[in-house]
Design a protein around this ligand. Structure first.
Ligand code: AQP
Length: 347
């Protein structure tokens, strides 16, 4: 029987600056998983054109900036594979096949499409609608088994699992004939959603997730923000008029207090309970100052490393090209097997 190897895949869109939500929700776990797994980390530039076109030079800079952020946060491009998606065409080829596996009804249920398309749904790109199929292809073209993501990606991961299962069922006979005795050509990729901040919320509205595409820069802490910007954004973060509670149950119905204390806990490597024990009963102003200090201490080294790496774009391009070559070496034979299974003629 052909064995399935555990393999991690994850990616982020290079649309604007990566932010604290990307860091606490995903990147921290990416870094940790390098110690235990074979890891493939991608700058998903094909996804970045689903909403609107960026200026070509801006997109190129964004791709390089995202790669620099991955490395500055601790991704080692020698042990992990780091590349940008558009350099490995197997992603898009498998995505087309998945467009023919996934059902319209499945995609119609995707809440992220509804949120991103908003009221002007008729005017959204087909790419935005089919985005989860490409995401499934990103993972499954490596037969990825573990996907570290923030909570917002849970529904897309469920769709990837449905696609894998339907493909395995629809082509069971051909898959078994290929030597996969259990009929499992594609694994069921597992979301890895870990840590105290799997859903970091906007600094301007504790009910909305922190997001690159929020028009207000005050809503997020970018990994490129300097100490002064971080302190200013935290100082201006929305709060409510009450003092902080001393226990987590006092956070009910107080999304901003919940968010800010959750961020503090994640950055300081402690629990929300401990944070509330320390700051409960006190004013937000005192807590915000402490939060700014902890955020600057954690993020300043990342920002300065990103600046250092970004000064040498040719080196980043070299790392991405090397990663793409290694990624292709895994993806190409898997895609060829898919082509055999569905019956394409290939040379
Ligand atoms: N606010 C968040 N809290 C926790 N995790 C988050 N992630 C994103 N926002 C938060 C996680 O970061 C990874 C990369 O996400 P992405 O860039 O591919 O797209 P996204 O989820 O749509 O992130 P944004 O910032 O909201 O981007 P835009 O605005 O461009 O759509 C994922 O693992 C995600 O869970």
């Amino acid at each position: 029987m052909i064995e399935l190897k555990p393999r991690v895949f994850s990616g982020m869109q290079p649309t604007g600056s990566l932010h604290l939500g990307n860091y606490l929700g995903a990147l921290i776990n990416w870094v940790a998983m390098q110690k235990t797994h074979e890891c493939i980390y991608c700058v998903v530039d094909l996804h970045a054109i689903t909403a609107e076109w960026l200026e070509p030079e801006e997109l190129r800079q964004s791709i390089r900036r995202a790669a620099a952020a991955y490395i500055a946060c601790g991704i080692d491009p020698k042990s992990s594979i780091l590349f940008n998606q558009s350099q490995v065409t197997e992603h898009a080829e498998l995505a087309w096949i998945f467009n023919c596996v996934a059902r319209l009804g499945w995609l119609n249920r995707m809440t992220q499409f509804k949120e991103k398309a908003g009221k002007d749904r008729e005017n959204a790109s087909v790419g935005l609608y089919a985005y989860p199929n490409l995401m499934a292809a990103d993972i499954l073209v490596y037969r990825g088994t573990h996907v570290p993501v923030g909570e917002d990606q849970k529904q897309h991961l469920e769709l990837a699992r449905d696609i894998a299962q339907k493909f395995n069922n629809d082509w069971r006979e051909a898959i078994v004939a290929k030597g996969y005795a259990d009929g499992m050509f594609f694994p069921q990729p597992e979301p890895i959603i870990l840590g105290p901040a799997t859903r970091v919320m906007s600094l301007r509205d504790g009910t909305k997730k922190m997001s690159k595409s929020d028009p207000s820069d005050l809503s997020r802490i970018n990994l490129t923000d300097d100490a002064e910007a971080i302190a200013r954004k935290i100082q201006r973060a929305k709060t409510d008029p009450d003092a902080l509670p001393s226990e987590p149950k006092g956070l009910e119905g107080r999304p901003e207090a919940d968010n800010l204390t959750g961020i503090y806990a994640a950055l300081a490597g402690t629990t929300q309970e401990a944070v509330l024990k320390e700051f409960g009963g006190g004013q937000f102003s005192t807590f915000k100052k402490a939060l700014a200090d902890v955020a600057v201490a954690k993020l300043a080294p990342i920002t300065s490393e990103m600046t250092r790496l970004s000064a040498d774009p040719a080196e980043i391009d070299r790392i991405l090209a090397d990663g793409a070559r290694r990624a292709r070496a895994i993806a190409h034979p898997i895609l060829n097997e898919v082509k055999d299974i569905v019956g394409f003629v290939r040379s």
